[in-house]
Design a protein around this ligand. Structure first.
Ligand code: C2E
Ligand code: MG
Ligand code: MG
Ligand code: MG
Length: 284
């Protein structure tokens, strides 16, 4: 086992191995310290209309600028944060930063909403919605600037109280998206009843569409199903022009992926995807 060969912290932070309890506890402590030291940051990735190239939403994605490492990606620490409960503090930080950024973007007429990932542990906190509303009030964030991303598996488990809160937010203009659709098991009649604006199709359903007729059939059927329910489809993980061509054929209107843009920091994002707004902000 790597640990017994003097595994250094570098490896610990770059490999996604099943962490032992002690490592997990250490990582949790490090995350809480990192929050105090302000080591987390958000990157943004655009969601783009296939026909027009218009950007409708920027997804906020958390990274950890660890002082001794390359950027640590959420796939490494978010699952541990979810298990340990540190996700609540982390999620608060994300929500506050997203609300603050969205309010600024609204002022600067960026013309794009910000989507934020919500994990199940956060949503199950009794005061989640209260804290969300407090963050929105503190930063004067217009509701229409926000979109909440909730994973498919979580969406299927939401209880009446959560649904009621989401319905209320949606009435006020907050968008609700289902994330990673196609990775869990959906009760399709339940999907129809959820207060959802858009569904993000997981990249595993998109990966092979340019090389496999079967993959194309599945992707096309899922897209048709969601559109048939009156919801918008966003396809995640588009990495090539060949996949884009297939998405046009399938009739998909929105996508997100490395093919056009990787997630990047706010300055860089705005200079690429909202240059007028950035100029205005610098002048102001
Ligand atoms: P997600 O919400 O499904 O986010 C999409 C992930 O796919 C992001 O990874 C993004 O960088 C990556 N991606 C985008 N386009 C492509 C592509 O063309 N190819 C490939 N291979 N990947 C692409 P990232 O940033 O590493 O985030 C991973 C997951 O961590 C997210 O999946 C989300 O579940 C979670 N996460 C990220 N930020 C937060 C956060 O602030 N709060 C919570 N609770 N979870 C977060
Ligand atoms: Mg997401
Ligand atoms: Mg996703
Ligand atoms: Mg995900």
């Amino acid at each position: 086992h790597a640990k017994h060969q003097g595994r250094g912290r570098a490896e610990m932070f770059t490999t996604e191995l099943a962490l032992e309890a002690a490592d997990r506890a250490e990582l949790e402590r490090d995350m809480l310290l990192a929050l105090q030291r302000d080591e987390f940051l958000l990157e943004f990735q655009p969601q783009i209309e296939i026909g027009s190239g218009r950007i409708v939403t920027a997804e906020a994605l958390i990274r950890w600028a660890h002082p001794e490492r390359d950027l640590v990606m959420p796939g490494f620490f978010v699952p541990v944060a979810e298990e340990s409960g540190a996700i609540v503090a982390l999620g608060d930080w994300v929500m506050s930063r997203v609300c603050e950024t969205a309010a600024r973007w609204s002022q600067a007429d960026v013309g794009q909403r910000i989507a934020v990932n919500i994990s199940s542990r956060e949503l199950s906190q009794g005061d989640f919605f209260l804290r969300l509303r407090q963050a929105m009030a503190t930063h004067r964030t217009p509701a229409h600037m926000l979109e909440l991303e909730i994973t498919e598996s979580l969406a299927m488990e939401m209880d009446a109280r959560v649904l009621e809160q989401l319905r209320a937010l949606r009435k006020e203009g907050v968008r609700i998206a289902i994330d990673d659709f196609g990775t869990g098991y959906s009760n399709l009649s339940r999907l129809r009843e959820l207060p959802v604006d858009r569904v993000k199709i997981d990249r595993s359903l998109v990966r092979d569409i340019a090389i496999s007729a079967e993959a194309r059939t599945i992707c096309s059927a899922v897209v048709g199903l969601i559109q048939g329910l009156g919801m918008e489809v966003v396809v995640e993980g588009v990495e090539s022009e060949a996949q884009m061509d297939m998405l046009r054929v399938i009739g998909c209107t929105l996508f997100q992926g490395y093919h056009v843009a990787r997630p990047t920091g706010e300055e860089n994002y705005l200079s690429r995807f909202a240059p007028q707004a950035l100029a205005q902000r610098r002048a102001g």
